[in-house]
Design a protein. Structure first.
Length: 370
């Protein structure tokens, strides 16, 4: 079989590590085809040498080696026992997630046997750098996770003096925010406290350590969801372990009477939790407010444009969200942003609500009354 025929096989048409289409690099040690970004991790790690299928000469013996192995066989071998809670990054994910996924598979070979995962632990403690709520400086803090308590706590320096903060696993979410935080290993941890969403920003100098924390928290969240919603399909629970924002960015909003001046706010759309939250600044610790985005069957609508006679300040690409309780008006900076927000919001509205969603809607309405 020729190199071209190998590349045209369906199992080799996507990067073995992140799923990007048309990979053109070959791992000479593992025998997989990978994209440019993932090939860089293979090159700088102990995994081994890579060659370009387009620019480098591929010896006959190497082509035969690639034929004997390939992406399908490597997946069956190196990903045989990936825990359901472990996050498999895609081409859209940040560098640290992709790098540690590749190292976990091939260097540490964590998923070749069915032994207990290193991330499925009952207790973990260690230091992370946490952003201060007021001054914005990152300070070293001791973090302790206890599954028996269902809590993630952090301390100034010594746990003898009591925690500075407590994060319940039942409402915890973790998402990498390297670009927004301007930290290579930046992680945003959120939880619901007194009806509001608290955001905590942390990082660690070591990529393996921050990704370990991330998957330890995912393991804890997965266990919590299985116990709380025993009748829900596993695939549904996996989607809710941790969630990336479907869309983030600035929009302008007006108030409930639609006569208040439009104000610029930062918005995060948590599509899985069906919540659109807004903040004064991107790294604020608490949201100013939010909108629950239910399904069209439950009376929710997302429409392009503004109500008749309404005009914005400098922006005019409007979006109207109608809920059973009220109407929300937003303005985007340009048509491109408007189109992206509309698509993200309409995908949420088009999705039927689950039992979990109905529970979340009730809680969101209750907190909005206070």
């Amino acid at each position: 079989m020729s190199l071209l025929e190998l590349l045209q096989l369906p199992e080799n048409s996507l990067c073995a590590d992140c799923g990007q289409s048309e990979p053109v690099w070959a791992s000479c040690n593992i025998g997989v085809f990978v994209c440019l970004e993932c090939s860089g991790v293979h090159r700088i790690s102990t995994i081994g040498k890579v060659k370009s299928t387009q620019l480098d000469y591929m010896e006959h013996d190497l082509i035969q080696f690639m034929q004997r192995h390939g992406n399908k066989k490597a997946k069956e071998d190196y990903e045989a026992f990936v825990p359901p809670f472990y996050y498999k990054p895609t081409e859209k994910d940040c560098k640290v997630l992709r790098e540690q996924w590749i190292r976990a598979k091939y260097e540490r070979q964590e998923f070749r046997s069915d032994k207990t995962s290193v991330y499925a632990v009952d207790y973990k403690e260690g230091f992370l750098w946490k952003k201060g709520r007021d001054n914005g400086q990152y300070l070293k803090r001791l973090f302790i996770f206890s599954e028996s308590e269902g809590l993630l706590k952090y301390y100034t320096k010594d746990k003898r003096f009591g925690p500075k903060g407590v994060i319940p696993i039942h409402s915890l979410n973790a998402i990498f925010q390297c670009e927004k935080m301007k930290r290579e290993h930046g992680l945003e941890i959120t939880c619901v406290q007194d009806g509001r969403t608290r955001s905590i920003y942390v990082y660690h100098e070591d990529g393996a350590e921050i990704v370990t924390w991330y998957n330890v928290l995912r393991s804890a969240r997965f266990n919590y969801l299985k116990k709380t919603f025993p009748d829900s399909p596993e695939v549904e629970l996996i989607m809710k372990i941790t969630r990336s924002y479907a869309k983030s960015g600035y929009m302008q909003k007006t108030g409930p009477t639609q006569k208040e001046p439009f104000k610029k706010r930062w918005f995060n759309l948590d599509a899985e939790e069906r919540k659109l939250l807004y903040y004064k600044k991107p790294l604020d610790p608490y949201e100013q407010g939010g909108v629950f985005i239910g399904s069209s069957e439950a009376g929710y609508q997302v429409q392009e444009g503004l109500p008749n006679g309404m005009k914005g300040n400098k922006w005019d690409a409007g979006i109207t969200i109608r809920t059973p309780q009220r109407e929300f008006i937003f303005i985007c900076e340009n048509v491109k942003e408007q189109t992206e927000w509309l698509q993200a919001l309409q995908e949420v509205v088009a999705r039927p609500m689950s039992a979990y969603d109905t529970t979340e809607e009730a809680g969101f309405r209750k907190s909005s009354l206070h």
